[in-house]
Design a protein around this ligand. Sequence first.
Ligand code: PRX
Length: 630
Amino acid sequence: MSFKINSYEDYKKQYQQSVENPEQFWSTIANTFSWRKKWDTVLKWNFDEPNIKWFVNGKLNITENCLDRHLATRGNQTAIVWEPNNPNDDTIKLTYHQLHQKVCEFANVLKNNGAKKGDRICLYMPMVPELAIAVLACARIGAIHSVVFAGFSAKALADRINDSACTLILCSDEAFRGAKTIPIKNVVDEALKNCPSISKNIVLKRTGAKVEMINNRDVWWHDEVKKVNSECVAEEMDSEDELFILYTSGSTGQPKGVVHTTGGYMVYTNYTFQNVFQYNTGDIFWCTADIGWITGHSYIIYGPLLAGATTVMFEGVPTWPDAGRFWEVVDKHQVNIFYTAPTAIRALMACDIDFVNKHQLSSLKVLGTVGEPINIEAWEWYHKNIGKTNCPIVDTWWQTETGGIMISSLAGITPSKPTFATLPLPGIQPCLVDAAGNEITENNVEGNLCIKFPWPSMLRTTYGDHNRCKQNYFSTYKGKYFTGDGCKRDENGMYRITGRVDDVINVSGHRIGTAEVENALDENHLVIESAVVGYPHDIKGQGIYAYVICAKEVNEQELRKELLEHITQHIGAFAKPDKIQLVSGLPKTRSGKIMRRILRKIAEGDTSNLGDTSTLLDPEIVKEIKNNAL
Ligand code: PRX
């Protein structure tokens, strides 16, 4: 492809072009895709409203770019390799022809069940090929997919369905996850008690467990597929038509539905996929994320398929049946590019090295990480034991809101530096700002990370509440997109993301708002008030520390059990606090604001300097909390 960067010099040249003439830069790249009608204007934007439009009035369907345009050249090449949870079960391989056929077929199922362009469709499914098929089928007919990670509780699922008034839901009977099965359909049934907008639930048989099917609402996937043919002309979409909604946590309130649109997202995910990973035709690419998160959207489905790559989809977990599972899959499918999260690396590092050494890993060429800062020990272990010291590691910084990778080295092309995401991709103009909101222009500094100029796959709004988008991302620093991350820039202009500077925590790569956990805790009848903060955790990156004021005398053991169960019900098991400390009060300012800075320090075990506590409503409470810290 013409936009492939193949040297450091080339990177510098492309970067400069992308800043000097962004419109020309991106239109050259966009021209390599298949459009029904080209755009009139490349970019219209302002960051105040915000209002961002890329490839204005362009018409296309993203699935024609992911599928149809590959049929003539690589129809018989494998598009998706699916590795099941249980290593003894069969792998499934779908060629581009087969995937195209299945997507068209399921698009017809969606239409038969009343779905049409602009409808929101919720997907609550295990990591099976049908999930990727269904995502693409939504895009084929112009319906907006909203994938909800299948670890969320019924309540969290219902909130997400209701926020965007989804009309259809797709689920399975159950899911396999390591040695466990997860009762997907039961969770959906529970959620749908409170979701009046849903008219149909299409249920995939995965484990074969007996589930209750509700008349006029629930239909079986396999029955529906039998009723349709596999001809489906793709719906013509505007470049700025919504492609998907993906809910993510912010520092306040309920999760927000980040909205991505069609043309820009397509161009950027493909561009970054090819350049960051230095993808070459024929490479086997494996991203271990779940499709329920942005990484799965952009680098299991869209980025690789747009590039005509072979993408691996894995249903299981890294540690079952044993801690060698990832490496077994790498050898089995001869994976060339492997992309995972630091938390998985740290978990596997803690296991016997024989689980790694049993496997060859000789197919690997490039390694990637994403989702949280990688510590030097994990970086070195990954480099030495998995990459055998000859695979470049790309540490890719980005977010649900950015749609694609923003700051990263390009594998083997641009310089890398352990624990640094390094340099911005062409088209990305990062800047650091100080506490007063001024841009810091020199190097060897630290500040809050912002982006100064639009890029094609940036979020356009938060579903149903544009003002929230404006407040969250575009109001803190005028004229800039604020990421919520703190960041260092070294003497050579390389970036190192240090973590969130807002009340968002990152637990095993899962993004969780402390306010969300607090709201859930506060709803429990035993809790009067709570405060939640993150603290450093060896494996998870951050753990959740909850301070709880109880309504009555309770047995601590029982309270803990009750609250963990409560969080599992309200959010999902991944948001369970690691530590719960009973307190008689919380450190508050005279205006009633909780002093989280103090609680964070105590949770981190750093109580030597808690700063000025004299302005607190009740300074004594700090002593009590400190003395009883867990
Ligand atoms: O804090 C940053 C961290 O993950 C946040 C975004 O989370 P989410 O929207 O769930 O998307 C995760 C996958 C793209 C960021 O604000 N983060 C992501 N990648 C990195 C990272 N922190 C440090 N280094 C990274 N490579």
